[in-house]
Write a protein that binds this ligand. Structure first.
Ligand SMILES: Cc1cc2nc3c(=O)[nH]c(=O)nc-3n(C[C@H](O)[C@H](O)[C@H](O)COP(=O)(O)O)c2cc1C
Length: 195
């Protein structure tokens, strides 16, 4: 008789001897969680804000285009919709606690730069500050908001990119759900035709 787990049949991959089980659909995002968690800075009425963001994807090499899901429940959504500019700041593992802090508080009531001890630095192409403590920062403008109404997706063009050359192996953090993060580790290089 086939083995089951909570009434669901388990699939056996005979070759690999691997046993698989059904995964709740609510957890699918944890498998496909994209790149490093970023800190998105936005600004409006002279005040800058920060939010943690992990649902982003590259869309084009050059000029670089990035698609970002920013929920309309977030203060950052309104700021980005109005000003059409933001900065994607890429933190490393040393900033993990501040990242979670920025992702669990609203800029409507809190100055997150002050609360989490982060330093705003003037950008060159947008009126939104970079975060000095992050190892890289991408100054962006919104080039397409057609998907924002239905999916909360903003298409951003990166106008200027900054990186700290002293960070040889930046250990970025990748969200695995519920406050769990994978920390970037080993790098391997293989012959490939991919850019
Ligand atoms: C690790 C992490 C990743 C997150 N990723 C996203 C995301 O991709 N999109 C989103 O809308 N909110 C995301 N959030 C939630 C927002 O950061 C959170 O709602 C935040 O409080 C919004 O701040 P704001 O209201 O000041 O804009 C994430 C939170 C954490 C901790």
């Amino acid at each position: 008789m086939a083995r089951t787990i909570r009434g669901e049949p388990m699939k056996r991959d005979r070759k690999a001897g691997m046993v698989k089980r059904s995964l709740p659909l609510s957890k699918v995002y944890r498998l496909l969680e994209p790149g490093p968690v970023v800190l998105v800075t936005t600004a409006g009425k002279g005040k800058a804000n920060i939010m943690a963001q992990s649902w982003h994807m590259m869309i084009e090499f050059e000029p670089p285009l990035v698609g970002c899901v920013i929920s309309n429940r977030n203060h950052s959504f309104s700021l980005l919709k109005a000003a059409k500019e933001c900065v994607l700041n890429i933190p490393t593992v040393e900033l993990a606690a501040q990242v979670v802090g920025c992702g669990n508080t609203s800029g409507r009531r809190t100055d997150k730069f002050k609360k989490f001890g982060l330093t705003p630095v003037a950008a060159s192409r947008v009126k939104v500050p970079l975060i000095d403590e992050c190892y890289a920062s991408l100054e962006c403008r919104v080039v397409d908001m057609r998907l924002a109404t239905q999916y909360n997706i903003f298409i951003l063009e990166v106008l200027k990119a900054w990186i700290d050359p002293s960070k040889k192996n930046p250990r970025t953090i990748h969200h695995r759900g519920k406050g769990t993060f994978m920390v970037e580790g080993r790098t391997i290089t293989l012959p490939s035709k991919m850019k």
